[in-house]
Each structure stands twice: as structure tokens, then as C-alpha cells.
Design a protein. Structure first.
Length: 362
């Protein structure tokens, strides 16, 4: 039985519609991640669930009960805000314990909760400081702590790690992943960071202009994106796209472009036969290009090293294919010189095709 259901929800500000007819069901104890570019409506959706924005149309059900008429405090929801929203005149401990004090929890219980959560978040030494005496990342952790001390059935997180440095961010991400297993709560987490989305979410919901593009597990979205937007959004460096033209020759279908000719695997052969237009967008992930090393498996491509970038265990090569700039990821052991040409192979099975008009995956 789904725990939280968004039914045809709509949100307009005057004549501007931010969310139009959004439908989403989240199962009990599920960790749902809403991911999408800035301005796509992620915070708006969270704020509607929390009761901080009035729905223009539609209904939100929690445990089968409509809640859109309920005040935020009656929804059994704790939220971590993107802009922290800490009380400036209270120290960290009092900020964290605010909701518990309001609910008249016993003092010992409050102290125990605050201490435990502050420990997890690494902010024990900051408990007596005021928000103005904290860095952005520290404030963000306090904002998270203030929600986590609560007993709510649902936790909403709006980009709770965006102001942390890379190391702390990875550490907190792991803490969150561990914590959610212990907590067994509904969690809805908003981020524009696809790595965060992929590592944390049981269900990832990709939003674009207030519209759900696709939802599923990280693997489903990565391996079988429904359109070019999802394909380009998940994965780093992102999938490469270039223009191509379908051509049939000797009973096989190829996709041709400026400087390449790729035979399509059987699965794609059948699908493109119904295509009206011969124009397609080709998608190949940066990791699908393999240094040939004399191998003749797959399609052979000679590609220029325009700019090699060393990023640690991997190197990313800026190259060109089909008249467009592409990125190729190789092991950083590979010796790379600028302006040389390298021989690559690509397994035809790793080729994606998209309709240039609808951008849907073919
Ligand atoms: N009060 C408002 N009046 C008019 N437009 C608004 C209002 N609040 C938000 N919007 C618009 O709604 C859209 C969605 O905003 P929202 O804050 O939900 O985006 P977001 O996906 O959370 O983005 P970010 O990743 O930058 O936080 C934006 O285009 C924004 O300008
Ligand atoms: Mg936002």
C-alpha cells in the first residue's frame, strides 16, 4: 500500500504554472529522490507535501487520507529546508530541540535525542553556538539535525548537502544511507546531484519543468532511459549525443554521420524499422569507448585526443565525433598526448538512439 500519493497535483503562481498534473506514489518506508535541474519544481513539490504551499489543484494522500486541508504541523512531517531556516536567536541545541520542546517531551529525552543526532552529524562542539557563528555547511547540518530529532513518519529533505565540501558530502551521504535503514521512515529527498540521487534513492524520479520524465531504480534509469533528457542527466561525464542518419545496406541498418558508420545491434534494428524519419540522435556513454589495443571486437573508431584531462583513476578525453564534441573516459594509465589519434572500439549494444523530434528513446 503506498504511503504517500500525489494525485494530479498542480501549482500555479498567477499565470505561471510550475507543476502541472503530477502523479506519484511512494511506497511505505521508501527513499524517494526527486532530481532535476534548477527551477524544475522540486522544492515546490516538497513544500506542497509539507503543507507550506497551497495546491492549485489535486490532492495529497498520506496513508490513504487526504491531507491538503491540514496544517503543516498536523501532517506528521519533518522537513529540512534548502535555505536552512534556523532560528537566529537560538543556539544549535535549542534549534534542534525546538519541535520536541513544543511537543512537551521530557527534558532528559530531549537531551538524549539532540546528543545522539548531533553525534551522527558531527556537530556536538557547536551545540552552544548561534547560527550566525556557523559556516554554511555547519548550518546545513544543524537544519538536518533539527528535522532528524523528530519522530515524524515522513522526512522531507531539500538539498540538505548542497553546501558541504566534497569530503563531508560523501561522508554525510553515507550516514544518511545508513540512517535510513535504521529509521524505516518515508523519506523524500530533493537534489540536483545525480550521484546523490543514484546512491540514495530506492526510487528516483526525474523531473523536468514540473513534469515527471521517468521514475525507477538507479540502474533502470541509467540503463534504460526513456528519453534523451534522462539519458543525459544520469551519468558523469554525461552521455555523448551526436546527429546520425539511418541507412539500410545489405539487410542491415547502420547509423551514419560525419566520420563514422555504426551497425545497429539486432534489438535496435527491429525498433528503427518503424521510424518514419531517417534522422536520429545517437547516444554513447563516455565509458562505452574502449581503447582498441589491437582488438577488432565491435565498431572501430579512430578519434582525436583534443584535450586529455587527468582526474585521478580515470582520464577524460575531449574528442570529436560526428561533428560534435564528445567525452571519452579511459583508465588514467593510458598514455595520452594532445593531437594524437587513438583507435577505439565501441560495442554496438551500448549505442542509444533518440528521435530528434520527440527526444524519446528508440
Ligand atoms: N512564489 C513564486 N512565484 C512565482 N514563481 C515561483 C515562486 N516560487 C517558485 N517559483 C518558480 O517555480 C519554479 C520552480 O521553483 P522551485 O523552487 O520548485 O525549483 P527547484 O527545482 O527547487 O530549483 P532549485 O534546484 O534551484 O532549488 C521556478 O521557475 C521558480 O521561479
Ligand atoms: Mg529548490
Amino acid at each position: 500500500m503506498p504511503q504517500i500519493v500525489l494525485q494530479d497535483i498542480k501549482k500555479s503562481y498567477g499565470s505561471v504554472t510550475v507543476v502541472e498534473n503530477l502523479n506519484l506514489s511512494m511506497a511505505n518506508n521508501e527513499f524517494t529522490v526527486l532530481v532535476g535541474p534548477s527551477g524544475c519544481g522540486k522544492s515546490t513539490v516538497l513544500r506542497m507535501i509539507a503543507g507550506l504551499e497551497v495546491l492549485t489543484a489535486g490532492e495529497i494522500l498520506i496513508d490513504d487520507k487526504p491531507v491538503s486541508h491540514l496544517e503543516p504541523k498536523d501532517r506528521d512531517i519533518a522537513m529540512v529546508f534548502q535555505d536552512y531556516a534556523l532560528y537566529p536567536h537560538m543556539n544549535v541545541a535549542r534549534n534542534m530541540s525546538f519541535a520536541l520542546r513544543l511537543a512537551r517531551y521530557p527534558k532528559a529525552k530531549i537531551e538524549e535525542r539532540v546528543k545522539k543526532v548531533a553525534d551522527i552529524l558531527g556537530i556536538v562542539p557547536l551545540l552552544s553556538r548561534k547560527p550566525a557563528q556557523l559556516s554554511g555547511g555547519q548550518r546545513q547540518r544543524v537544519a538536518m539535525g533539527r528535522a532528524l530529532v523528530r519522530d515524524a513518519s515522513t522526512f522531507l529533505f531539500d538539498e540538505p548537502l548542497s553546501n558541504l565540501d566534497a569530503k563531508l558530502r560523501t561522508q554525510m551521504r553515507a550516514e544518511l544511507a545508513l540512517m535510513r535503514r535504521r529509521l524505516e521512515k518515508n523519506m523524500i529527498y530533493v537534489t540536483h546531484d545525480q550521484v546523490e540521487a543514484m546512491t540514495l534513492g530506492d526510487r528516483i524520479v526525474v523531473l523536468r519543468s514540473g513534469d515527471i520524465q521517468q521514475q525507477g531504480s538507479a540502474e533502470q534509469l541509467y540503463k534504460t532511459p526513456v528519453n534523451k533528457f534522462v539519458a543525459g542527466f544520469l551519468g558523469s561525464p554525461p552521455m555523448n549525443f551526436f546527429d546520425g542518419m539511418l541507412e539500410e545496406s545489405e539487410g542491415r541498418i547502420f547509423v551514419n554521420g560525419d566520420g563514422y558508420r555504426l551497425p545497429l545491434p539486432d534489438t535496435l534494428q527491429k525498433r528503427v524499422q518503424e521510424q518514419q524519419s531517417k534522422e536520429v540522435i545517437v547516444g554513447i556513454r563516455p565509458t562505452a569507448f574502449k581503447i582498441a589495443n589491437g582488438s577488432t571486437d565491435g565498431v572501430q573508431l579512430d578519434l582525436p585526443v583534443v584535450l586529455p584531462e587527468y582526474i585521478g583513476s580515470q582520464s577524460v578525453i575531449m574528442s570529436r565525433l560526428g561533428g560534435q564534441q564528445i567525452q571519452i573516459e579511459v583508465s588514467s594509465d593510458t598514455p595520452l598526448g594532445t593531437n594524437e589519434t587513438l583507435a577505439f572500439t565501441v560495442d554496438p549494444k551500448s549505442i542509444y538512439l533518440f528521435d530528434p523530434n520527440t527526444e524519446a528513446t528508440l
